[in-house]
Design a protein around this ligand. Structure first.
Ligand SMILES: [Zn+2]
Length: 86
């Protein structure tokens, strides 16, 4: 396995929290990559590594800080962050 369950949870949080640069597929410009998971060709964290929803691309590394924990938002916007649809 490329990542542990805890690491996948952290990666998914950090990938979708909106204040970090997203990992995206290098093939995202081919016209077949759509806007999903926060950006065009954004990668999805799994225990087998990052996967691209739109092609065969995978990636088995991530920045240490993203793996280690949920990175706090340096610019919290009251009323905008932590919104949950009911
Ligand atoms: Zn792709």
């Amino acid at each position: 396995m490329a990542f542990t369950a805890d690491q996948v949870e952290n990666l998914a949080h950090n990938q979708t929290c909106g204040h970090l640069h997203l990992f995206t597929c290098p093939n995202r410009g081919d016209g077949e990559h759509r806007d999903a998971y926060g950006d065009t060709g954004a990668l999805v964290a799994t225990v087998r590594g990052w996967i691209c929803p739109f092609c065969d691309y995978t990636q088995d590394w991530a920045h240490h800080g993203m793996l280690a924990g949920k990175v706090p938002n340096p610019f919290p916007l009251p009323g905008l962050s932590h919104q949950r649809s009911k």
